[in-house]
Structure formats: structure tokens, C-alpha cells
Design a protein around this ligand. Structure first.
Ligand SMILES: [Zn+2]
Length: 346
């Protein structure tokens, strides 16, 4: 099995600038979402392995979380109920969530795609070989179509994407049209229709980049994939229970980029692989990298500036060069804030 570690933070530093500048705005929104979340019914079973979760908990920004004794999955103590998802994804708050990932013009779209999504496509090519360009691929939860567009840039022949948000689908169609590509490669499929769509797809590869953790019923999705024998590979990325979680729980005035908001649970290597194995898929190729140290630096930087300690903020700037090296230690130990894995049917 191929395992790759690390990715330079410089690729995304510019793009993630809003997390520094708009900290207070994001924090306010996150605290609101956390309050709504904490009013939902109690989560009784682990999102990953379905075993009973215990009462022992830790808090991060006033929200309670626990660790599954069986599979080590990090679970928020409450359900991500329909009402909660409505607040996070659809209502005014959700509008902001979509906006944050919604590049307003083509130039920003291209820059985000090339820095974040092109490397994801390259990783898939390195994992499955160049012949993957001829395989049929379904991108589930495509957002504004960054991955789809990155696939098309690399001459993938049979890709399609589905996404529940009207706004994002329409934006993607506009981008594809501008680039003389087929706008119907992305379809609006509501959340209720998604399982059916996946059940009937003839695609050999399904991709879910940052999707599994947002699904109300991740196990149902994997069960549907398991039963559709056309699907041979799952390429996914998920956020992980990592060093970032510890940093975030200590900096109460800093917006959590990782745990909190729409992330009510986080995977570990064990919980993710166990879950996929349960549904007939084993890891084929892995890429471990994260932004834990960028989160730490961001937290120190914003806090220092809040305290008018600009001299400390300057000192920190001298150390930015070291972020990749610090992070690599975390990545190499598979403790990073995210992972990309290509799973293959057993
Ligand atoms: Zn579990």
C-alpha cells in the first residue's frame, strides 16, 4: 500500500486568510451553532461503529464531546438532527457556510481549485494509475464542483457530480459553461434522493471529499455503496481527531476550524478503517496531511493581536517558515487533521 505524508501550508495560506481576519465573526456564528447543537437530543450511539457511547466528556467552546471506547471515534454528545442540519446548512447561518466556500469569481475558483483540488486529483492518479482517467467516476457532494473541474482539467473522460445545494450547482454550471465544458456534468440531487442515485450509479469510483462527516446517516451511504457492485473504489477525505482538537479546546476566543460548527464528530484512523471494512472496503492508498500547526499559529497570532502583543505576533512571523516541518512530524505519525484514502472493494 502506498502512503504519502505532508503538503505545504503555503498552498492554502492565502486562501485561508479569512480565518485570521474574520475570527470574531466566525466565532460568534460557531458559538450560536454550538448552542443549537447542544439543545438537540442526546446521541446514544457512536456515529462510526454504532456502539453505545459513554457519559465521560470533554468540552470545546462549551460543546460536549466523548470518545468511543470501542472504535476511538470522537462523538459530540448530541444528534446532528434534521433541525440542526437545517440551521447549519440552509438558514441564514448556512448561507454563510456556503459563502465561505463559494469563490465569487472564476479567478478565485481557479486558484482554489489548483491549490486544493488539483493535488487531490493527482493523488488519485498516482494511486490508481493513469488508466483512472478512463474510469467512470461519481463525485458525491460536489459543492461548487472544484473536484469535477479539476478532473476535467486532467482529461478525465467519464466524470459526473451530484450536489444538493441549488446555489452551488448553478455556480458550477456557470463555471463549466465559461470554460466550454458540459454544464450538465453536475446535477442537483436533493439529500433525500442521494442514496437512490448512488444505489443506481454505474460508476466504478465514487469520491466523497469532506462529505462522509456531514451525512446524517454515513452508515446507510456506505451500505448502499457496498451493495452496488459497480463501485470498486471509494476515494474520500475526512477530518480527524487530531492535535487541532486539543489546540482549539484551549483557545476559547478563537474560532474552531475543525471541531464544532457542522463537524459534530471526527474520525480516527481506527474508526474510519473499521467502518469501511464493515462495508467491504479496505485501504489501498493513503495521504496524511493536516493544518494543525497552521491552526496553532493562527490561534497564537490572533490571541496576541487581541492582547495588543504585536511584538509577539512579529516574533511568530519569523517562525512561519517552520510550519511545514512541525506539521510533517504530526503527519508522519498519522495524527494530522485530515486524511485522504482510496479504499478498494475487498
Ligand atoms: Zn465507535
Amino acid at each position: 500500500m502506498k502512503i504519502k505524508y505532508g503538503k505545504s501550508f503555503k498552498d492554502i495560506f492565502e486562501i485561508k486568510q479569512s480565518f485570521f481576519v474574520q475570527n470574531d465573526e466566525f466565532l460568534k456564528r460557531q458559538n450560536y451553532v454550538g448552542k443549537v447543537y447542544s439543545k438537540q437530543i442526546r446521541r446514544k450511539k457512536c456515529k462510526a461503529c454504532n456502539s453505545k457511547i459513554t457519559n465521560e466528556f470533554f468540552t470545546s467552546h462549551n460543546v460536549k464531546y466523548t470518545i468511543c471506547k470501542k472504535c476511538s471515534h470522537l462523538n459530540g454528545l448530541y444528534e446532528d438532527s434534521n433541525k440542526f442540519c437545517d440551521v447549519v446548512y440552509n438558514k441564514s447561518i448556512g448561507q454563510n457556510y456556503a459563502d465561505r466556500y463559494f469563490a465569487k469569481n472564476l479567478k478565485l475558483f481557479e486558484s482554489r481549485k489548483n491549490n486544493i483540488y488539483k493535488p487531490k486529483v493527482e493523488f488519485l492518479i498516482n494511486s490508481l494509475g493513469k488508466s483512472v482517467k478512463k474510469k467512470s467516476i461519481l463525485d458525491i457532494g460536489a459543492g461548487s464542483g472544484y473536484l469535477l473541474s479539476a478532473f476535467l482539467d486532467q482529461n478525465f473522460k467519464k466524470v459526473e457530480a451530484i450536489e444538493p445545494s441549488d446555489k452551488q450547482v448553478n455556480f458550477c454550471k456557470e463555471v463549466l459553461t465559461k470554460k466550454n465544458q458540459e454544464p450538465d456534468l453536475i446535477k442537483k440531487i436533493s439529500i433525500d434522493e442521494t442514496l437512490d442515485y448512488v444505489k443506481n450509479t454505474e460508476s466504478e469510483v465514487v469520491t466523497m471529499i469532506g462529505v462522509l462527516e456531514h451525512l446524517n446517516y454515513p452508515r446507510e451511504m456506505l451500505s448502499v455503496i457496498n451493495k452496488n457492485l459497480s463501485i470498486k473504489y471509494i476515494y474520500l477525505s475526512v477530518p480527524l481527531f487530531s492535535f487541532s482538537v486539543l489546540i482549539e479546546s484551549c483557545f476559547t476566543n478563537i474560532h474552531n476550524r475543525h471541531l464544532g460548527g457542522s463537524h459534530t464528530h471526527l474520525f480516527t484512523e481506527k474508526s474510519l478503517k473499521k467502518l469501511l471494512l464493515n462495508y467491504g472496503f479496505k485501504p489501498f492508498s493513503e495521504w496524511w496531511f493536516g493544518t494543525d500547526f497552521m491552526d496553532l499559529f493562527r490561534s497564537i497570532d490572533v490571541t496576541s493581536k487581541k492582547n495588543n502583543n504585536f511584538l509577539l505576533s512579529d516574533k511568530l512571523k519569523d517562525m512561519y517558515e517552520l510550519i511545514d516541518e512541525f506539521q510533517k512530524v504530526i503527519d508522519k505519525n498519522k495524527l494530522s487533521s485530515e486524511v485522504h484514502i482510496v479504499f478498494k472493494r475487498k
